[in-house]
Design a protein around this ligand. Structure first.
Ligand SMILES: NC(=O)c1ccc[n+]([C@@H]2O[C@H](COP(=O)([O-])OP(=O)(O)OC[C@H]3O[C@@H](n4cnc5c(N)ncnc54)[C@H](O)[C@@H]3O)[C@@H](O)[C@H]2O)c1
Length: 353
């Protein structure tokens, strides 16, 4: 099923999953109204596999509209209901907070695959409010693990990041001792720790995926580098680089990430951590220049300014993804050039609609 919105790019680069493997499954996606969550909902429903998807989201960042669009519905079709039947299956939104254990228990009832994406995202907010970050990311994750174990879930996929590893000599890999720099890194590390413990103590098949910097269509509200620069340029504002811009990141296109989530759901593994990125290191200066050139083709100027480095940011970050390739059979497909092109086109289409 193709989403109705012309702003959503179909997930054409994804491999065609064997839908029979997924048919009996009932997915719970926390944070399913957000960038990655709503993209995952859209992707799963495109499989036409008769899936059942429940979303638990407190609507603090992503909203009902994002989800309705991801389900390929017009907003008018969904008035007065939080349950939608789509060509790809049934989708249900539960508005609730992962910090509320009861909401987590209720949401997990019947779910076989839990994808835990809801979180306090990003380094900046965690530096401003480390306690709030801990409550959402540590207690929230513990609540979801408890809910998943008691409801008999078969798989628990946790959205982690490179941040738990912190300031080390890259490439980051799964065996490096973690030294988180930011409170966000510390809270994601705690989540990874609980995932390991829930597999080894209770047998819940957990998989922690350490996402690189995810970009792509649908990232409208994100303040990470790619989305932020394109939005600032389109608004005629200067694009702000923290520090001298030599800091490096590993940028992964949305659809490659979704494929990794899907493969983790299918694989018969537990208690594992995987780096999910591209194994390529790009500086912030380099990426901003790529975006500048792409926008220039559309006669959109991009002014770059440098401001103070941000507390909690690491200088270099890219991943070694050998383990994901060997165990999940996963490799990223999208080049930075083509992924950025699709992302710029998404924002341009959105700006002109
Ligand atoms: N986007 C990236 O580059 C990136 C990189 C590494 C890790 N991650 C992780 O991936 C996950 C998803 O990221 P995203 O980019 O889609 O973020 P997002 O902010 O777009 O989505 C997060 C969603 O979670 C919801 N949410 C937040 N706090 C909640 C709470 N307490 N209870 C219930 N719902 C809550 C928000 O409303 C939002 O819809 C996060 O865990 C994030 O830390 C993202």
């Amino acid at each position: 099923m193709s989403p109705n919105s012309s702003l959503l790019t179909p997930h054409s680069s994804l491999s065609s999953p064997n839908s029979s493997l997924l048919t009996p499954h009932f997915w719970l996606i926390t944070g399913g109204c957000g960038f990655i969550g709503s993209s995952l909902v859209s992707y799963l429903l495109e499989m036409k596999a008769g899936l059942r998807i429940r979303i638990l989201d407190n609507l603090s960042v992503g909203g009902r509209k994002d989800l309705v669009t991801a389900c390929g519905l017009q907003e008018a079709e969904s008035i007065a209901s939080d349950t939608w039947q789509t060509g790809g299956g049934a989708c249900e939104l539960v508005a609730g907070d992962i910090q509320d254990p009861e909401a987590c228990f209720k949401a997990a009832q019947g779910a076989k695959i839990v994808v835990h994406l809801a979180a306090n995202t990003g380094v900046g907010p965690s530096v401003d409010d480390p306690r709030g970050d801990m409550q959402a990311n540590v207690l929230g994750t513990l609540n979801m693990l408890e809910a998943a174990r008691h409801s008999g879930a078969q798989k628990f996929i946790f959205a982690s990041s490179g941040a738990p590893v912190g300031e080390v000599s890259p490439p980051i890999h799964e065996e490096l001792a973690p030294h988180p720099v930011s409170p966000y890194g510390a809270s994601k590390l705690a989540g990874e720790g609980y995932c390991s413990a829930y597999f080894r103590t209770y047998g819940l098949k957990t998989v922690a995926l350490r996402f690189g910097n995810v970009y792509g269509p649908g990232s409208t509200h994100k303040s990470s580098i790619v989305a932020k620069f394109i939005k600032q340029a389109l608004a005629g504002e200067a694009c702000e680089i923290y520090g001298d811009g030599t800091q490096t990141r590993d940028f992964i296109y949305r659809d490659d990430l979704l494929e990794a989530i899907l493969r983790s759901a299918r694989a018969d593994i537990g208690g594992e951590i995987f780096q999910i990125a591209t194994s390529k290191e790009h500086s912030v200066n380099e990426v901003s220049e790529f975006i500048k050139q792409k926008l220039k083709k559309h006669r959109i100027p991009m002014e770059i300014i440098h401001t103070e480095p941000r507390l909690g940011d690491v200088q270099r970050n890219y991943s070694d993804t050998t383990k994901a390739r060997n165990i999940l059979g996963w490799t990223p497909k999208e080049t930075l050039d083509s992924g950025l092109e699709k992302t710029v086109r998404f924002f341009l289409a959105q700006a002109s609609s």
